[in-house]
Design a protein around this ligand. Structure first.
Ligand SMILES: [Ca+2]
Length: 311
């Protein structure tokens, strides 16, 4: 079988102080599997970093994987997703050139993906599916508050809504699911002991990010959540996840926070009733639990070979 075509839409911030490194983990994982995944290019969106910072970080990640041949396209600089970016044009034209074949792995705010949908009304019909990391049902990085929050959807709620409403197959890896996986001292040390180019590149970044999280008041103890890498592993090992197709919506009145709810959950608020026609519910495949140990082992086994020349 030929490798599956993928575009990774990303906000890679690795190398910037106190910023998450999870996009780099996801990208290096997939680039470590060239027989299974053909990464056609990276599209960069503002989120964890500016577009300019993200393009620079993407270059470093591709160098670590010996894949500087891959194109990187700058995309939307912020909340107002603009159709006229190189990233949106690449997403739309590539999907159109390979109808039904391209998976979009969206691991940043959804501005670029939404922009591609505006640029080409056929975009969502052309993609194979959109696998996105975003939204939260009850999870919050701010400790034990009853306040669901998720960064990717928070950064561009209009784009999130647009992509959730897209008429194509969608897989939603929400923060609640991803936070079942914690990258601990054990995994940091495992990467440090590896000799692959990807592992050597990641080792210092993992150590720093681990230490930042060790003192941060997050609800997950003993390490950090490798958010985007969870979504990347889903592409190869969906069997590690359990879930089903569900009707999802942005929580009425809280649409700017990335808070989600399942359709029919709870009693509709006055705001929800008033907005019923506009709030909408959207079918998404929704993994709800994951074999965290199996996922980490899978991730480590691929990183151990990532960036080595193909045999
Ligand atoms: Ca990201």
């Amino acid at each position: 079988m030929p490798p599956a075509k993928i575009i990774i839409d990303t906000d890679p911030a690795i190398g910037l102080a106190l910023r998450d490194i999870d996009d780099a983990l996801a990208i290096l994982y997939l680039l470590g599997l060239p027989r299974e995944f053909e990464v056609l290019g990276l599209t960069v969106v503002a989120g964890n970093c500016s577009v300019r910072e993200g393009v620079r970080a993407a270059g470093g990640i591709l160098s670590a994987a010996s894949r500087r041949d891959l194109p990187v396209f700058p995309g939307s600089p912020g909340r107002r997703h603009r159709a006229g970016t190189p990233a949106a044009a690449f997403l739309a034209s590539t999907a159109a050139a390979h109808p039904g074949e391209v998976t979009v792995l969206a691991i940043g705010p959804l501005s670029n993906v939404a922009a591609a949908g505006l640029l080409d009304p056929g975009f969502y019909g052309n993609v194979s599916r959109i696998v996105m990391m975003g939204g939260a049902f009850s999870c919050s990085p701010f400790g034990p508050l009853p306040l669901a929050f998720e960064f990717n959807f928070f950064k561009d709620p209009a784009a999130a809504r647009g992509v959730l409403a897209a008429p194509c197959d969608k897989v939603l890896l929400a923060a609640d699911l991803c936070s079942q996986v914690v990258f601990t001292r054990r995994e940091v040390d495992a990467v440090r002991s590896m000799g692959s180019p990807a592992a050597r590149y990641l080792s210092g970044h993992l150590e720093r990010w681990y230490r930042v999280n060790h003192v941060a008041p997050t609800p997950w103890k003993g390490g950090f959540v490798p958010w985007d890498a969870v979504a990347a592993v889903y592409l190869r090992k969906p069997g590690l996840f359990a879930g089903r197709l569900q009707e999802v919506r942005l929580r009425p009145g809280r649409r700017g926070t990335g808070a989600l709810e399942l359709a029919g959950e709870g009693r509709p608020s006055r705001a929800a009733r008033g907005e019923a026609g506009r709030v909408g519910t959207f079918p998404c495949r929704l993994p709800e639990s994951v074999d965290a140990r199996g996922l980490l082992e899978e991730f480590l086994s691929v990183i151990e070979g990532s960036g080595r020349p193909a045999a």
